[in-house]
Design a protein around this ligand. Structure first.
Ligand SMILES: NC(=O)C1=CN([C@@H]2O[C@H](COP(=O)(O)OP(=O)(O)OC[C@H]3O[C@@H](n4cnc5c(N)ncnc54)[C@H](O)[C@@H]3O)[C@@H](O)[C@H]2O)C=CC1
Ligand SMILES: CC(=O)C(=O)O
Ligand SMILES: [Mg+2]
Length: 643
């Protein structure tokens, strides 16, 4: 019998075995290489109208420009910095303790408690971040329920962002399922009930005409990344209205922890255009507008007003569209992709991530990337994700020398009405129509498998259990090592489980899933390690890359090079274990490599406004030096600034 080997294997055996790649944690992020240029002059204030301009958090400052700070010596094992440039805060006293960007809780030192005037407002004994983290981990690990763990972590997020991100970075494999998929699905479903404190911004249909002014209510001037949803398709859970806010929050936590964007530079946003979810329309606790969704031009006006307002206040901001229903997602992307710095994570991020996983899977089979064009690819689900993946794979085939006709012929796209074909052309979107077959419209999944013998099946249907035993056994009859990617989220929507895929293919499948699955012990005594094919491996690196180099748009080539960088990251040791994505514990390093690839591409193609050819040298060190590193930085009062 197969059984899940999760509890004993989850953390211990998941450690990276490759000698090639350094696991990023406190130790490796601690001493960032010196930035080649002088640090910007900084003015940072906090408090009621907090402003953090050009904060140096996590960015490397050449030693000669740092001020000695004996307070932080030995603060964090492996994270020792001789000099830390203080952050100047405009508030003092209790205000600082209630500001999660500055609060250090019991870790404030005596001098700081005096300096900022809150001596006596904290218990006397001082902790350091290491002890604080240990205490938090005890609490999180003692709680068996994932949503309670989520609540504990988000409470820390609301109190002390430095500690929160430290925990995420140092324990990414353990924490990602808590703050992200699958638990974020439940957190969204229960958002209005779990709601405690505001985080991010809400722009509703009733705010029309005010958005350009409203953006100035956000207290930070240097927002670099916005993740925005209209809540219409949250994971595979459908229309959750403003309850979808959990998704931008979770994605941006990954931007900070995995991508190294400082937390004051990110902004989660929900556009509340109503909801068509009947339960929410009559839920007395629902916090969004209880009216049907805006449609047509009224809907697009809200989108337009928000984007203009955001781009006006933060001209260089990256806007990531997330979990918009597929009937709107591509239209919005097409409208704005050449106008503002933006991308759609479900279409483009998922496409790039899946390409990387498939390149890894081909490597596991001993095939070259060129053989992508020899595959027969069954895509189940023709929404944003399915069509995004089809488009990116298609582009990759063209990159590798296939003609458009040859490339198109590799695809079989199906939805609940079966194989997409020319008989439905009038009712298909342009993206779907491009992949419609000439005949066999409406073939069922099993009919497609038995007639066309696909070499891979990719699930983006949001239908849990759609890949049945018969279907997968048929796949395994026709293909020695079928690639099986049930990508729908959260876990309840996965088209099959890792255990099922392994069992039904007698351990021959190459598997990756949208939400995490535990390792599986096989009958032969070996352990099968499923990896996660989730756009979190791509979006933080894209975001860091385009914002650091000042790209004007996110191009298809940037997505392609991002996918290549992710695929190249996979070590031989991981492949030998059946993995097609790197361990989550390496995601910070992965994101850095993705960012470097994106910047190189931007420089090569003249897309970069901040960096040029001469910066290509030492790009890796440069990106590393710009990554936020959550350590406690000394705080000083604004009036004392002399940086
Ligand atoms: N792993 C990852 O990184 C990502 C996963 N996803 C997941 O992919 C899923 C789909 O996302 P979207 O495309 O945006 O949603 P969507 O709702 O637009 O697309 C679902 C598609 O599945 C089709 N479908 C429904 N029932 C079906 C059935 N019985 N058989 C075949 N097809 C069926 C629908 O017609 C539609 O074309 C979601 O669960 C989402 O969480 C999305 C983005 C990234
Ligand atoms: C992962 C993701 O973006 C989604 O499931 O929508
Ligand atoms: Mg998404």
């Amino acid at each position: 019998m197969l059984r899940s080997a999760a509890p004993m294997l989850r953390r211990g055996m998941a450690r990276r075995t490759s000698g090639r790649v350094k696991v990023i944690g406190a130790a490796s992020t601690a001493v960032a290489p010196s930035s080649p240029s002088l640090p910007p002059r900084r003015t940072m204030t906090s408090g009621g109208g907090d402003r953090l301009r050009g904060s140096s958090w996590g960015e490397s400052i050449p030693d000669e420009h740092r001020e000695p700070d004996e307070e932080t010596e030995g603060e964090w094992e492996g994270c020792y910095r001789k000099f830390l440039t203080p952050i100047s805060v405009g508030s003092r006293g209790v205000e600082i303790l209630y500001n999660p960007l500055f609060n250090k809780g019991a870790a404030f030192k005596g001098g700081e408690r005096d300096r900022l005037r809150f001596r006596g407002l904290l218990p006397p004994r001082r902790m350091n971040i290491k002890i604080q983290k240990e205490r938090a981990l005890l609490e999180i690990r003692a709680e068996p329920d994932m949503i309670r763990k989520h609540i504990i972590l988000e409470d820390i997020h609301d109190r002390n962002e430095t500690l929160y991100h430290r925990i995420l970075i140092d324990h990414m494999e353990e924490m990602a399922p808590i703050i992200y998929t699958p638990t974020v699905g439940q957190a969204c479903s229960e958002f209005s009930v779990l709601y405690r404190r505001p985080r991010g911004m809400y722009f509703s249909a009733e705010d029309r005409g005010h958005m350009a002014a409203m953006v100035y209510n956000w207290p930070q001037n240097d927002v670099r990344v916005i993740v925005v949803t209209d809540g219409s398709r949250i994971l595979g859970l459908g229309d959750l209205g403003i309850n979808g806010m959990g998704i931008p929050i979770g994605k941006l936590s990954l931007y900070c922890a995995a991508g190294g964007i400082a937390p004051h530079r990110v902004l989660p946003v929900v556009l509340d255009v109503g909801t068509d979810n009947p339960a929410l329309l009559k839920d007395k606790f629902y916090l969004g507008l209880q009216r049907p969704r805006l449609q047509g031009s009224a809907y697009y006006q809200v989108i337009d007003e928000f984007i203009n307002a955001a781009a006006h206040r933060w001209p260089n901001v990256l806007i990531q569209f997330e979990d918009f229903s597929s009937d709107k997602a591509q239209t919005i992307l097409n409208k704005y992709r050449n106008e503002v710095l933006c991308f759609n994570d479900d279409i483009q991020g998922t496409g790039a991530t899946s390409l990387a996983g498939i390149l890894g899977a081909l490597r596991a089979r001993g095939e070259s990337p060129r053989s992508l064009g020899d595959q027969r690819i069954l895509i189940v689900g023709a929404g944003s994700a399915g069509m995004g993946v089809a488009q990116v794979l298609y582009q990759a085939m063209i990159e590798h020398g296939r003609s458009p006709e040859e490339a198109k012929d590799c695809f079989f796209v199906a939805d609940e009405r079966g194989l997409l074909a020319s008989d439905r052309l009038g009712r298909l979107s342009p993206e779907q129509a491009m992949f419609a077959r000439d005949g066999d419209g409406g073939l069922s999944l099993r009919e497609i498998v038995n007639k066309y013998k696909p070499t891979m099946i990719l699930g983006m249907s949001a239908v849990g259990g759609l890949f049945t035993e018969d279907l997968i056994r048929d796949m395994a009859k026709h293909c020695d090592r079928p690639i099986i990617f049930p990508l729908s989220n959260p876990t309840s929507k996965a088209e099959c489980t890792a255990e099922q895929a392994v069992k039904w293919t007698d351990g021959r499948c190459i598997f990756a899933s949208g939400s995490p699955f535990d390792p599986v012990e096989m009958e032969n005594g070996k352990t099968f390690y499923p990896t996660q094919c989730n756009n979190m491996f791509i979006f933080p690196g894209i975001g860091v890359g385009v914002t650091l180099c000042g790209a004007k748009t996110v191009t298809d080539r940037m997505l392609y090079v991002a996918a290549e960088a992710l695929a190249n990251y996979l070590s031989e040791e991981e492949l030998a274990l059946g993995k097609v994505f790197p361990n989550l514990s390496t995601i910070r390093d992965v994101s850095k490599k993705v960012a470097v690839a994106v910047i190189e591409e931007a420089i090569r193609t003249g897309q970069s406004s901040k960096l040029s050819e001469k910066d290509l040298r030492d790009l890796d060190a440069f990106v590393q030096s710009k990554m936020y590193d959550p350590i406690y930085v000394p705080l000083i009062e604004k009036r004392t600034i002399t940086i």
